[in-house]
Design a protein around this ligand. Structure first.
Ligand SMILES: [Ca+2]
Ligand SMILES: [Ca+2]
Length: 498
């Protein structure tokens, strides 16, 4: 009897220790860390072995993950709201089509998590044009705020960062390379959050591997991404990979607008310009790969790692010369990459998730979308009661355990009217097909099983007529869906010609 009393007493003692209740609560409520790169295409993951090992191999890789609107600000608004762009209304990077001020910040993921007792932290790039009106503003929902003030966010040195209301401009010293700065801030914020005793949500958003999109003393606007000094020369002599759809010779299968923009194949000079972008991007991603390793190490040192869900993804992809696509956005008119467009390199991005509930080493082949991120985070944190919006996505925690859920998924890709006058389109992406409809009625249909490089649209091939009819109906449904109607499965598709 005596030993029983002793055991009971010691158990009671453990539970009555100050902080023990906090610890028990933390155990049941995981932290969430989302690392979101800027303009990283899915084909770039081979240069990030640490990320693939620490998150991918330790968790789930969503092999076919697309973004709803392949452009920075609409995509990040989807992450923050869990809604498709036609529901959140942020339809471009700049006011009045979109931008930071277009998002209603009163009902967003950090607001919901904050209400549920989470400590919420944002570091790095936020919605485009953040800080241009009032750089000292801290957006709703964030307890610990280190937002990059635009446009300085789009440089790799000399950024101005809002530290919880106070502006700090970093010197252009090598140690203040942007990804290094954001990594140091993340380590600091994780330490503080751990000491606060609350579970935390960290949104960590490096500008890498985006172009340098701000004119500065050192660089022209639109010039290639800058690697950290330690990796400056790693890709300096490497030739860029030439994919089968690079500089596509025959684009007669594509909408006629593509041939109007790009009547000829690229010149050798333009190809070399794109190669400089590729070299800068890959070097910059080596820096992000170290950021992932450092954040994981910090989580391990603070004892939080086992109870943290880590997400690695990007806001949109970037196409460098595939299908002839390039963009003369640079100040001097040299060629750069392209997003917004309805092809894989633009809309498909990496998505790796590890942590409690995500089976190690699993690959999920069905469609995932950035519209799913908010619902997934609400699900893993058990904060559904706090959500004040109708979420359009589904839980990737459920899908990680039961990948069949995504087998018949149709993910909506959409764009909108814009100041550049590029024709908008909508598209539906399924595991096998990419069907798109441009605003002028021109279509594209790619059978990615037979044509993974999207070289020959089959939109007028009679063997695909029935498939196209079904996908067209489904695209109609998704184009103005809301909540549950966005999550309905696509009906079974017949085989081509069947
Ligand atoms: Ca972007
Ligand atoms: Ca072709």
């Amino acid at each position: 009897m005596a030993w029983r009393v002793l055991v009971l007493a010691s158990l009671l003692f453990v539970f009555l220790l100050p902080g023990a209740a906090d610890a028990a609560e933390k155990q049941s409520r995981p932290n969430v860390v989302v690392i979101m790169t800027d303009d990283q295409d899915f084909r770039s993951m081979p240069v990030m072995p640490q990320t693939r090992r620490l998150i991918g191999r330790a968790g789930v890789t969503f092999d076919r993950n697309v973004v709803n609107y392949p452009l920075c600000c609409p995509s990040r608004a989807t992450f923050l709201t869990g809604q498709y762009a036609h529901n959140h209304g942020v339809l471009w990077n700049n006011w009045p089509w979109g931008g930071y001020r277009m998002l209603d910040g009163s009902e967003t993921l950090p607001v919901w998590l904050g209400r549920a007792g989470y400590r919420t932290i944002h570091i790095g790039k936020y919605l485009n044009e953040y800080g241009e009106e009032d750089p000292t503003e801290v957006p709703k929902g964030w307890d610990d705020w280190y937002g990059g003030v635009d446009p300085s966010t789009y440089d790799y040195y000399g950024m101005t960062i809002n530290h919880n209301g106070e502006l700090k401009t970093y010197s252009r010293k090598p140690r203040n390379y942007s990804t290094n700065v954001y990594t140091r801030l993340a380590n600091h914020a994780i330490g503080e959050a751990t000491r606060s005793g609350k579970p935390f949500f960290l949104s960590l958003a490096p500008n890498a591997p985006h172009t340098v999109a701000v004119q500065s003393g050192a660089t022209m606007e639109g010039s290639p991404a800058v690697p950290p000094p330690r990796y400056r020369d790693v890709f300096a002599d490497e030739p860029m990979p030439i994919y089968p759809n690079f500089n596509e010779a025959d684009i007669s299968d594509k909408p006629t607008t593509l041939a109007q923009y790009f009547p000829t194949q690229m010149t050798e000079e333009q190809v070399l310009q794109l190669q400089e972008h590729w070299r800068g991007r890959m070097g910059a991603l080596l820096g992000v790969d170290d950021m992932v390793k450092d954040v994981v190490s910090k989580l391990r040192r603070t004892g939080e790692f086992e109870n943290t869900v880590i997400v690695f993804t990007s806001d949109n992809g970037w196409i460098l010369g595939e299908h002839r696509l390039r963009d003369p956005i640079t100040e001097d008119g040299t060629a750069a990459g392209v997003k917004f467009v309805p092809y894989e390199g633009s809309s498909r991005v990496p998505l790796l998730i590890a942590g409690p509930g995500f089976p190690a080493g699993r690959h999920v082949k069905g469609m995932a979308s950035n519209v799913d991120l908010a619902r997934t985070i609400v699900d893993v944190t058990g904060t559904g009661d706090e959500v004040g919006l109708k979420l359009d996505g589904l839980s990737l925690l459920d899908a990680a355990k039961d990948p069949k859920m995504l087998a018949d998924r149709g993910a909506l890709i959409e764009t909108a009217d814009n100041p550049r006058g590029i024709l908008p389109y909508t598209a539906i992406r399924t595991k096998r097909y990419n069907y798109g409809l441009q605003a002028d009625g021109q279509e594209g249909l790619f059978d990615l099983k037979l044509d993974p490089w999207e070289l020959e649209s089959v939109d007028d091939d009679p063997r695909y007529a029935e498939i196209k009819a079904i996908l067209s109906d489904e695209l109609d449904r998704l184009a103005d869906c809301r909540g549950a109607s966005c999550r309905e499965s696509v009906p079974p598709l017949p085989p081509p010609g069947g």
